[in-house]
Design a protein around this ligand. Structure first.
Ligand SMILES: NC(=O)c1ccc[n+]([C@@H]2O[C@H](COP(=O)([O-])OP(=O)(O)OC[C@H]3O[C@@H](n4cnc5c(N)ncnc54)[C@H](O)[C@@H]3O)[C@@H](O)[C@H]2O)c1
Ligand SMILES: O=C[C@H](O)CS(=O)(=O)O
Length: 482
């Protein structure tokens, strides 16, 4: 891979300000999803290396937490500036290991950097309280303090943004952090570490360990020096990690799976709904937690929406993420392709009708045709399971009560979307949907200034916004006799 700055291509973990290998010298391969070829290796670390990283983060905590917030903010701002300067290299590394089109990778780098910019500013506004005492002999104060050593475990689908969405508020609050990125996409994380060091983030404050997820996870969830775990990934793994944190009563933030409904009412602007549906479904080849998993379209506009949507989907260009014409890249692994095909085959066997697409595109590679299926109904697995691929199931409905019931009939509650031009209906439906986020006449809802997160089994807590730093702080009450 040709980079303007070759030092951003790192194949060693970053612990206590040093690039290091696994104690055993073992490595794990990083594959190009577009070709299946090995493009790099990173250390296959385990419990011992994770413990070393935790101890380094603990040792670095006193100096970092007592640094004035304005100084921490300046260092984070330098990190942001460096990400902007190296945007092209960071995006190329991301497309190389994750497969997303280069334009989407550039978008993610800007999105990832925006969290650092945002929380560099928030660092200076962590105010406390002075509380009027109920008695004359006391003075009552509340101060906000960093929770301490934090751990983060992140997914492969947004290899940079899911890290900065955790590390930025953690460091802004005065915490230190140990991060375990997904083994599919460690290169983006290690490039962030290189830029963090150049920005002046001290040794031990920001650490990246790679390798045996379960072994590293046992340390990150069980070590008593770790006071908080922030996890982004699937609901089953989030459930497991939350349980593992119980023995040491860690604060836990969870950004988990989704099953987003996209509702088109009979009063909707159908053409606008089609455009919103395209981005809400096919961004990152459908591999985002907020991608639409179920389309519900009112009977009166069902055929119009389905035919217009299928026509636009059929025009989407599939290919290598480095090809400027590509809009849909490969799925992350062959296993992911198999899961999507399995869910699609189940729906077709149970009566769904393919309007466009319908299968993986070429033997041996991980491309999957953008697909739309109609006549989808109850009992089909893809209505209950996260597809995480470029398949769009369309279900018809006839009343507002029916579609709200259908939309809420899931264990998930992350993102939801609907199109209507009836203001009263907008308020009614927005209030009745059991989701953390609701897109109204839009298919793109994510940015750094809003509280991103879900309800039910889509997670705990929020990331981004003025709320996103709360989970990295503790409140201390001072009661002074006068
Ligand atoms: N809510 C959000 O903001 C959000 C964002 C991105 C992805 N996701 C979800 O993540 C999933 C896709 O990402 P994924 O396939 O990487 O998820 P995953 O749960 O398989 O893996 C996530 C991370 O957990 C690690 N992991 C796996 N098993 C572990 C264990 N036993 N102990 C410790 N760590 C372990 C993985 O190595 C990876 O780093 C989807 O369900 C998607 O909805 C949610
Ligand atoms: O899927 C993971 C991301 O959170 C999606 S988004 O880019 O934040 O919408």
């Amino acid at each position: 891979m040709k980079l303007n700055d070759p030092l951003l291509f790192r194949q060693r973990a970053y612990v206590d300000g040093a690039w290091c290998d696994a104690d055993s010298g073992a490595t794990v391969a990083v594959l190009d999803p577009a070709s299946g070829e090995t493009i790099a290796t990173v250390p296959l670390m385990g419990e011992a290396e994770a413990e070393q990283a935790i101890e380094a983060a603990h040792a670095a905590l006193p100096a970092w937490k007592t640094k004035p917030a304005k100084e921490r903010a300046k260092i984070l701002r330098r990190w942001f500036d460096l990400m902007e300067q190296h945007e092209d290299d960071l995006a190329r590394l991301m497309t190389w290991e994750q497969g997303k089109p280069l334009t989407e990778a550039v978008g993610e780098i800007r999105y990832a950097a925006s969290f650092i910019e945002w929380f560099a500013e928030e660092a200076k506004r962590l105010y406390g309280d002075v509380i009027p005492s109920p008695t004359a002999d006391k003075r009552l104060v509340v101060v906000r303090e960093p929770i301490g050593v934090c751990a983060a475990i992140t997914p492969w689908n947004f290899p940079a943004a899911m890290i900065t969405r955790k590390a930025a508020p953690a460091l802004a609050a005065g915490c230190t952090i140990v991060i375990k990125p997904a083994n599919e996409t460690p290169l983006s994380a290690l490039a962030l570490a290189e830029l963090a060091e150049r920005a002046g983030i001290p040794a031990g404050v920001f650490n990246i360990v790679t390798g045996d997820s379960a072994a590293i996870g046992r340390q990150l969830t069980g070590h008593p020096l770790v006071r908080k775990l922030s996890f982004t990934g699937s609901t089953p793994i989030g459930r497991l990690l939350m349980g593992q944190c119980a023995s040491t009563i860690k604060k836990v933030s969870l950004e988990l799976g989704g099953n987003a409904p996209f509702i088109v009412f009979d009063d909707a602007d159908v053409d606008a709904a089609v455009e919103g549906a395209l981005i809400a479904k096919y961004r990152n080849a459908g591999q985002t937690c907020v991608c639409v998993n179920r389309f519900y379209v009112h009977d009166a506009v069902y055929e119009e929406f389905a035919s217009k949507f299928a026509k636009r989907v059929a025009e989407l260009r599939v290919g290598n993420g480095f090809d400027a014409a590509t809009q849909i890249g490969p799925l992350i692994t062959a296993k992911a392709v198999g899961k999507v095909q399995e869910l699609l085959d189940d729906a077709i066997e149970k009566g769904a009708r393919v309007l466009t697409g319908g299968a993986s595109l070429s033997e041996g590679l991980q491309y999957f045709a953008p697909t739309v299926i109609a006549d989808v109904g109850a009992g089909m697995r893809l209505l209950d399971e996260e597809i995480f691929g470029p398949v769009a199931p369309i279900v018809s409905f006839s009343s507002e009560d029916e579609v709200v019931r259908l939309a809420n009939d899931t264990i998930y509650g992350l993102a939801s979307y609907f199109y209507s031009r009836d203001v009263a209906r907008v308020w009614r439906v927005a209030e009745r949907l059991e989701y953390g986020m609701v897109g109204i006449n839009t298919g793109l809802i994510s940015n750094e200034v809003v509280p991103f997160g879900g309800v039910k089994q889509s997670g705990l807590g929020r990331e981004g916004s003025k709320y996103g730093i709360e989970d990295y702080l503790e409140m201390k009450y001072l009661c002074m006799a006068v």
